[in-house]
Write a protein that binds this ligand. Structure first.
Ligand code: IMP
Length: 458
C-alpha cells in the first residue's frame, strides 16, 4: 500500500509522487531472447502513454507484423508503430548511431512517423572500435579453443565496458557538444588505435587506425541527424509519471542473458530483467506495478552456452528441431543465424519468473507446436548421480544437469485462427494449464501466429 507522506515531507510534487499508484508495466523475456516481446509491446502500446526501452542495443531484434507487413526493430521501441506515442530509448541502452539512423530511415520510408522518438542523452555511443573489439575478442577465444560467447558482434560488450571504465566512453549527449567530443576523441582515438592494434597480434593493424578528424566529421553528421531526437529522457519520464502518465517498459534480450542473473558467461552485457527497467530509464522502482513475462512455448537460443533441453542428441531430435525452426522462423532477426531449438524448460522459466517478479505470462508461438504427437516439458533437473538439483544461472552448473521431462499429448489442427481460449484444442489448453500451474502465475496472453490479430487475451 502506498504510504502517506508526513506533513513535513516537502513540496506538493513530492507529496503527489509518494501517494501515486505504480504507473509502469515492464515487458521482459523469460528465456534466451526472441520470445516475441515486440509483439506484446505492440499489442499493449495503445493502452499506455509512453513506450520506453531500457537496455541493450542493436543486438536485439523485435519483429512485429502489422497488416501483413513485417517490421524488424533493433534499437527503436516497438511503440513507434503507434502514431503519436512517445517512443523512448532510455539511458541504459547502447546506440550505434549508424544503425539507429538506418532504422529511422527505413521506418520513415515505410510511412512510419518517427517524430515522437526520443533518445536519451545519457545512452552510450557504440563506436567503431567497440565492434572491432567484439570481433577480436571472439576470435581470441576461438583461437584458444574456448567456446566463444557467440556475440552479435555489434560492439555491445565493449561499449558497456567503456561505460563502466568512464574515461574513454562517449555518450549520445556528447555528440551535441562538438568541442567536448573533440577533446574526448583526442584522447580516445589514439588509445583505441594502440589497444586494438595490440589485440590484433600482428594482423592487419591498419584496420585499427582511428582518425580523429574523420571520426569528428562522421560524428557531426550523427549529431545533425539525431539532434531532433536527443533529450533528457529520464527527466521527461519522471515529469510524465508525476502527471499520472503511464509507461510501458520494453526489455530487450532476455532474463537468461542478463549479465548478473543469466547463464554467465554466455550472456549479454546489460541488465535485461525487470530489475534493469528503473535504472535503464531513470524512473523509480516503486513506479513499476505489473511485470509481464514473455516466453515461447518451447526454447530457443542463439550463440554459445548450454541449453539443457536442446534438441540435438539424436537424428530424430535434430529433424524435429529443424521442423520447429522452420515453422517458427527461428533465424536471428539481427544476425540471421539459425536459432538452437529445444523443449520448453519450465525449470529455467520458473527461475526467470521469480527473479522478475512476474505478475502475468504471455505464451508465444504456441501454433508452432501443432502436429507433434508427444510434447516434452522439462519440469526438473538431475545431476549425474540422479539427485534433483535446482537451476543455477551458471554455464558450468547447467552443463552438468540432466533435464527431467514430463511427456504430454500434443494436438492436431491449425490453431492460428483461434481468438479465444475456448477455440483452442484440449491438448493446447492442457499445455497452457501445465505452464500456469508450474509457474504459479496466470497466463494473460497466448500468441498463435505472427499477426497483430493472432493473439488471445485470456
Ligand atoms: P551480445 O549481446 O552481442 O554481446 O551477445 C551475447 C549473447 O547474447 C550472444 O549469445 C547473443 O546471441 C545473445 N543475444 C544478445 N541479444 C540477443 C537477443 O535479442 N536475442 C537472442 N540472443 C541475443
Amino acid at each position: 500500500m502506498a504510504h502517506a507522506p508526513s506533513a513535513a515531507s516537502g513540496t506538493s510534487a513530492s507529496r503527489h509522487s509518494a501517494s501515486r499508484q505504480p504507473s509502469a508495466t515492464a515487458i521482459v523475456g523469460l528465456q534466451w531472447g526472441d520470445e516475441g516481446k515486440g509483439k506484446i509491446v505492440d499489442a499493449l502500446a495503445s493502452r499506455f502513454d509512453i513506450v520506453a526501452r531500457y537496455n541493450g542495443g542493436a543486438n536485439a531484434g523485435h519483429s512485429v507484423v502489422v497488416g501483413g507487413e513485417r517490421f524488424a526493430l533493433h534499437l527503436i521501441p516497438a511503440g513507434i508503430l503507434h502514431k503519436g506515442k512517445p517512443a523512448v530509448v532510455g539511458c541504459g541502452t547502447v546506440i550505434d548511431p549508424d544503425w539507429i539512423l538506418k532504422e529511422i530511415d527505413g521506418l520513415i520510408a515505410r510511412g512510419i512517423d518517427c517524430s515522437n522518438l526520443m533518445i536519451s542523452d545519457r545512452a552510450h555511443v557504440v563506436m567503431p572500435w567497440h565492434k572491432h573489439e567484439d570481433e577480436l575478442r571472439e576470435k581470441w577465444l576461438a583461437a584458444k579453443s574456448v567456446e566463444p560467447i557467440g556475440t552479435t558482434k555489434r560492439g555491445i560488450g565493449p561499449c558497456y565496458a567503456d561505460k563502466v571504465q568512464r574515461g574513454t566512453a562517449i555518450r549520445i549527449g556528447d555528440l551535441l557538444r562538438p568541442e567536448q567530443l573533440a577533446t574526448k576523441l583526442a584522447t580516445t582515438a589514439p588509445f583505441k588505435t594502440a589497444v586494438l592494434s595490440a589485440m590484433a597480434q600482428g594482423g592487419d593493424t591498419s584496420a585499427f587506425h582511428y582518425d580523429q578528424a574523420e571520426l569528428l566529421k562522421h560524428a557531426a553528421m550523427w549529431a545533425s541527424r539525431l539532434k531532433p531526437y536527443i533529450t533528457d529522457t529520464s527527466g521527461f519520464l519522471l515529469d510524465q509519471i508525476d502527471t499520472g502518465k503511464t509507461v510501458l517498459l520494453e526489455g530487450a534480450n532476455a532474463t537468461l542473458l542478463d549479465v548478473d542473473h543469466g547463464t554467465y558467461p554466455y550472456v549479454t552485457s546489460s541488465t535485461t530483467c525487470s530489475l534493469g527497467a528503473p535504472t535503464g530509464t531513470g524512473i523509480p522502482l516503486s513506479s513499476v506495478g505489473a511485470i509481464l513475462g514473455v516466453m515461447k512455448a518451447y526454447s530457443t537460443r542463439v550463440g554459445g552456452g548450454v541449453m539443457p533441453t536442446e534438441l540435438i542428441a539424436t537424428e530424430a531430435d535434430r529433424t524435429l528441431a529443424d521442423k520447429i525452426r522452420t515453422r517458427g522462423r527461428e533465424f536471428g532477426t539481427t544476425t540471421g543465424r539459425p536459432r538452437r531449438v529445444g523443449w520448453l524448460d519450465l525449470v529455467a522459466v520458473r527461475y526467470s519468473v521469480r527473479l522478475n517478479g512476474c505478475t502475468g505470462l504471455c505464451v508465444m508461438l504456441l501454433d508452432v507446436l501443432e502436429g507433434i504427437d508427444t510434447l516434452r516439458i522439462c519440469t526438473g533437473y538431475r545431476d549425474a548421480s540422479g539427485k534433483d538439483v535446482p537451476f543455477v544461472p551458471d554455464a558450468n552448473w547447467l552443463s552438468n544437469v540432466q533435464p527431467v521431462f514430463r511427456d504430454v499429448p500434443g494436438w492436431h489442427g491449425d490453431i492460428s485462427g483461434a481468438r479465444t481460449m475456448a477455440e483452442l484444442p484440449a491438448g493446447a489448453r492442457a499445455y497452457l494449464d501445465l505452464v500456469e500451474e508450474f509457474l504459479g502465475v496466470p497466463v494473460a496472453m497466448v500468441s498463435i501466429g505472427p499477426g497483430r490479430e493472432q493473439l488471445i487475451h485470456c
